[in-house]
Design a protein around this ligand. Structure first.
Ligand code: SF4
Ligand code: SF4
Length: 452
């Protein structure tokens, strides 16, 4: 399969000193982006507040070594499932890349979504891109200074809100907000919040497209993933060239009127007419911009459109092909494996440790006792209590609470004593049995006794 060439050089054509102002545009792809980004934003800011029976619905708690995923509690032992989820997500990303290029970057990547939010704030406070570009380098008036300060304050507020929400996925959000309001945040949480807010502010407000260009590995290997049938944002040079503006257009001129609007709306500042470029995130802003120009000129839309190299050359370009089918199959297998994995998550974790202080205690001629510490951790909310008993090579009796209340003693080390009657072997097998409503577990250990 032949890979299509990707231009790696990057020089924003309209940039002064590397800085350029993105012009906002409207159109069907911008509406599509809203359709994907607004629900994602709502989920990000909303999910963290959902509680079921007083517990967060989604929480990755390092402190309690627990993951609450959609109301189900997973133990740290189930972490491979999260790795599986990530692998399934990567397969989906590869599938999308082979089919439509970097649409994930343009329509759903948090970096892009937050950058658009920050650009919208900038546009609202400081005016359109053309006004901002005109004022670039001019001395700051009092009004402009006030607007600039307001913009940065709003950016900081959004960055802080983002950081607090993100933190809420690791520490219950109500605790974070309450501690934040009362200025009682721990040093660790404060540091984490400052780092997250700072990264959001710098990423979406100041660095923007440079992350996509220089930090995101996706832009580098996209050339390997795309093929001649990948539908990416493409300029139809056959139709557009030779480009000419109103003044110098003649009968041979193409449809491109060289207005440059496709470049002005590009968040990475590139000219798509130069061909597929590593900096292009397939956001389709240039498609909407060019379509609006074509509408005004009464020419057909689609001078810039999602099209494959083969389609532009007028060749047959199948959407489903072996490479895409392969990624689709891997994605389906991975998703199925992860879904199956969720049906067998850990319901009960038990640990038994011998008391290291004394090997055994001889009570009388017949009875020898060993001390243990037992910990039970339940992950099924339906289980409120676990009954504990012992069995093994001999007659054993357990001393300690027969029922462990999981609401009070979940994951707590509890002391137990086991006494054996007429145990003659120095080492015997002892089994701790744990029984709940629907879960059970056992733990094998040794019972030590002095030979009689
Ligand atoms: S927006 Fe369309 S017409 Fe204008 S320069 Fe870009 S490709 Fe040419
Ligand atoms: S060239 Fe078009 S699709 Fe690519 S990043 Fe720029 S505006 Fe988005």
């Amino acid at each position: 399969m032949e890979n299509i060439p990707v231009v790696q050089d990057y020089t924003p054509p309209f940039a002064k000193d590397g800085k350029f102002h993105v012009r906002l545009t409207e159109g069907r792809f911008q509406n599509l982006r809203r359709l994907s980004s607004w629900p994602m934003l709502a989920l990000f800011f909303g999910l963290v507040w959902i509680q079921v029976d007083g517990r967060p619905w989604l929480l990755f708690s390092f402190a309690q070594r627990q993951i609450i995923l959609f109301g189900n509690t997973l133990s740290w032992h189930d972490l491979p499932l999260l790795a599986g989820l990530m692998i399934a997500g990567s397969c989906l990303l590869f599938f999308m890349a082979v089919a439509w290029g970097r649409v994930w970057c343009g329509f759903a990547c948090p970096q892009s979504i937050w950058t658009w939010l920050f650009i919208r704030i900038e546009d609202f406070i400081e005016g359109r891109a053309s006004i901002r570009a005109r004022q670039e380098g001019q001395p700051l008036s009092a009004g402009r200074l006030l607007r600039r300060i307001s913009k940065h304050l709003l950016w900081i507020a959004l960055a802080t809100l983002t950081a607090a929400t993100f933190t809420g996925y690791f520490i219950p959000i109500r605790e974070v907000v309450s501690d934040l309001v009362q200025l009682q945040l721990s040093m660790t949480t404060t540091g984490w919040l400052l780092i997250m807010a700072g990264l959001t502010y710098v990423n979406a407000g100041l660095v923007r497209e440079k992350i996509c260009l220089h930090a995101c590995p996706y832009s580098r290997f996209q050339g390997v993933m795309f093929d001649r049938d990948t539908r990416t944002v493409t300029y139809d040079a056959g139709r557009g060239e030779p480009r000419a503006n109103k003044r110098n257009a003649d009968a041979n001129s193409g449809d491109c009127v060289d207005c440059g609007i496709c470049v002005q709306v590009c968040p990475t500042g590139i000219d798509i007419r130069n061909g597929l470029q590593a900096a292009c995130i397939d956001c389709a802003a240039c498609i909407d911009a060019c379509d609006s120009v074509m509408d005004k000129l009464n020419r057909p839309r689609g001078l810039i459109r999602f099209a494959s190299e083969a389609q532009l050359e007028g060749l047959r370009s199948p959407f489903m092909r072996p490479r895409l089918a392969g990624y689709g199959a891997v994605m389906l297998v991975t998703c199925s494996a992860v879904l199956y994995g969720f049906t067998g998550t850990t319901a009960l974790l038990v640990e038994v440790r011998r008391d290291r202080g004394a090997l055994f205690t001889r009570l009388d001629e017949h009875r020898t006792c060993n001390n243990y510490r037992v910990k039970v951790e339940g992950f099924d909310r339906a289980e409120s209590s676990i009954r504990i008993s012992v069995s093994g090579e001999g007659v054993f009796e357990l001393f300690g609470p027969a029922d462990i209340d999981l609401r009070e003693n979940n994951a707590t080390w509890l002391p137990y004593r086991v006494c054996g009657r007429d145990i003659t072997a120095p080492n015997s097998t002892l089994i701790f049995n744990f029984q709940g409503e629907a879960v059970r577990a056992s733990k094998r250990t040794t019972f030590l006794a002095k030979t009689i």
